[in-house]
Ligand binder design. Structure first.
Ligand code: FAD
Length: 593
């Protein structure tokens, strides 16, 4: 069976040495002293390792089943869900007035990585509830908040998001689900939604579905979409559960991975629903949930890569094959361990430098969400909005690739279910698709986010990189060469690509959109380059300050050097591709394919 070790030490390094959270002026951050965050992360790590991880393979092999209209989760899920509730993990970063612990989102994100890394399918039940509760918190009336949030924060009731229909996933303007007003403030919702994660299960008393639907007579297309709260059981005035609503499960999808999560076809047959937010402003309300959810999905890319990497390292140290070309390292044994071979090292370094860089990127992103929400900081809000498609698209693409690399370390054994490595690859794959497929993330980045607020946020990003290089360069030659210079070069490539889009995209939008995927990836690399430059600086400062854990900090610097030397130069290749425009991409007629 695979192993899972909670990466709490690395999280503490990022939170305290790099982001210096407790010194930040974001409300609530003064409480994030190292001792406090360490205690929370250690406890969460125990839950991940001891409770959730042992159920990961169980969930994968058993899956969910639908019997007489009821969905049953795999053995052990229900008990584990109870333990999560009892431990207060479900409302960690939710407001105290609804039963949460009001911790900053950055803590919820760090804890979330461990839960997701130890069991992605299980953690999604809670993750979707968190997203639905956030949408009610942001857009609900006081009555709606009081009615639904306490039970959602505690996960007595769970939540879902219902966008997708059989004929539309990306282009939601085509949606057919209808919401007929009843004159008493309620609506009758009818239609079919597909692929609904955690759509039904046996772990909660009620399920609060957030459903996108069109009110007849409203504007055409996406502008006519509204968001509704549709509970599985109607909630009475006194908070007790009333009659069963007109919503049922059509079937559970058979799928490639995340078998422990029930992906349901949901049929709404004149189900009673209540408007959440304003009429025809459903996408706005849903986006509150989707931005947070997209960060959470980016985190899934990281979490699966981390879990797969940990196992690949163990295997590479254990499996004996061939001899080190520079001289035997295990002369008394029949062969040397795999880890002596440069190509295995290259593979493991790809993984290690990705996961540690991605962790810093996600936690930095989470601090921006805290800044935007807790300090009402519009610049932080703009920056995280710009970076959301990068976090989602780049980290899930790369995260998936890393699980494949980890599988590769196992050779044929990686392909055999017994070793558990294929589950990481299968589970990681969905993160590239849901919450907006990655191609659509790239479209959002280039088509919308770059120009948002007159391009202010992308300019702020470049300015931030520039000031970092200015403030930290010129003091240490080795650091400049290994970190500052490659970061400057990569950032220059990214700016050149942005410039190309501005000039050539005006002439023909296909010139920009043919390069959008490359742009998303080069942006991701620059972000990870920035993270590594910051982490190396923090590690150097710690060493200069006489830190006792020399090996940890030196390993950090060396892992960063690898990323800057071997991964970051990808920006030049992406730029070269982008600058060829749409010419070769669009050369064929559709009939020629
Ligand atoms: C396991 C699983 C769980 C899911 N959970 C949920 C859930 O909880 N709630 C929910 O509502 N949905 C959920 N989904 C649905 C998921 O979000 C959609 O499948 C996804 O958004 C893509 O929609 P689609 O499948 O209709 O693909 P399409 O929209 O048909 O897209 C197909 C491909 O075309 C690309 N494409 C589409 N339009 C464009 C364009 N304009 N330019 C360039 N490329 C484009 C896309 O990137 C994609 O690669 C889930 C799906 C799965 C498989």
């Amino acid at each position: 069976m695979p192993v899972y070790n909670a990466p709490t030490k690395d999280m503490q390094f990022i939170l305290h040495d790099v982001l210096k959270v407790s010194q930040s002026d974001i409300p609530g951050y003064d409480e994030l002293e190292a001792e406090f965050t360490g205690a929370v992360l250690e406890e969460a790590g125990k839950v991940a390792t001891n409770v959730l991880h042992p159920l990961n393979v169980v969930g994968d092999t058993e899956g969910c089943r639908l019997e007489n209209g009821i969905v049953y989760t795999p053995t052990g899920f229900k008990d584990a869900f109870e333990q999560m509730k009892e431990g207060g993990w479900t409302g960690l970063d939710m407001p105290e007035e609804y039963g949460g612990q009001n911790m900053p989102y950055v803590m919820g994100t760090a804890v979330g990585e461990m839960f997701s890394g130890s069991n992605q399918a299980f953690t999604m039940y809670q993750g979707l509830t968190h997203g639905a509760a956030s949408a009610i918190l942001a857009h609900g009336s006081d009555a709606q908040k009081n009615r639904y949030l306490p039970n959602m924060v505690s996960c007595e009731w769970t939540g879902t998001m219902n966008l997708t229909e059989p004929h539309c996933g990306t282009d939601l303007g085509l949606m057919r689900t209808k919401a007929e007003p009843q004159g008493d403030g309620s609506y009758k919702i009818s239609g079919q939604k597909i692929f609904i994660s955690a759509g039904d299960h046996d772990m909660a008393d009620n399920i609060i579905h957030l459903v996108l639907a069109k009110i007849p007579g409203g504007p055409e297309g996406i502008k006519g979409v509204s968001l509704f709260i549709v509970p599985k059981f109607i909630v009475n005035e006194d908070g007790s559960l009333g009659e069963r609503n007109g919503v049922s499960v059509g079937k559970i999808e058979e799928k490639m991975g995340i078998h422990g999560n029930s992906t349901c076809v949901m049929n709404y047959d004149e189900a009673t629903g209540w408007l959440l937010g304003e009429e025809h402003k459903g996408m706005r309300a849903m986006f509150t949930m989707m931005n947070e959810a997209r960060l959470g999905v980016g985190m899934q890319g990281l979490s699966q890569a981390e879990a797969a990497y940990q196992n690949a390292v163990e295997y590479a140290k254990d499996r004996l094959q061939g001899r080190d070309v520079t001289g035997a390292k295990n002369p008394d044994g029949p062969a040397d361990p795999l880890i002596v071979h440069p190509d295995i090292r290259r593979n493991l370094m790809d993984q290690k430098s990705f996961t540690e860089g991605a962790r810093a990127f996600i936690l930095w992103g989470a601090t921006m969400i805290d800044k935007a929400h807790r300090s009402d900081d519009k610049d932080a809000d703009g920056l995280i909005s710009l970076l959301t498609p990068v976090i989602k698209g780049f980290l899930t693409d790369e995260g998936y690739d890393m699980t494949v690399q980890a599988q590769q370390v196992y050779g044929g054994h990686g392909y055999i279910e017994e070793w558990g490595m294929s589950q990481y690859t299968r589970d990681a794959r969905i993160a590239m698709i849901y919450e907006g497929a990655n191609g659509v993330q790239a479209l959002d980045l280039v088509g919308r986010k770059l120009a948002q607020d007159g391009g202010k946020h992308v300019m702020a990003f470049f300015e931030m990189v520039k000031s970092f290089c200015k403030e930290n360069g010129g003091q240490n030659e080795a650091y400049d060469k290994a970190f500052i210079e490659p970061l400057k070069a990569a950032s220059k490539d990214l700016q050149a690509a942005g410039m190309y889009f501005m000039q050539e995209g005006m002439k023909n939008p296909n010139n920009a959109l043919s390069g959008s995927y490359d742009f998303m990836h080069m942006f991701g690399h620059v972000c990870l380059g920035l993270m590594w430059a910051q982490m190396a600086k923090a590690a150097r400062d710690a060493l200069d300050g006489g830190a006792s854990d020399k090996e940890f900090y030196e390993t950090k610097i060396n892992t960063g050097r690898f990323y800057m030397a071997r991964r970051l130069p990808a920006t030049a290749m992406h730029l070269a591709r982008i600058q060829t425009g749409a010419d070769t991409v669009m050369a064929l007629d559709a009939a020629s394919f």
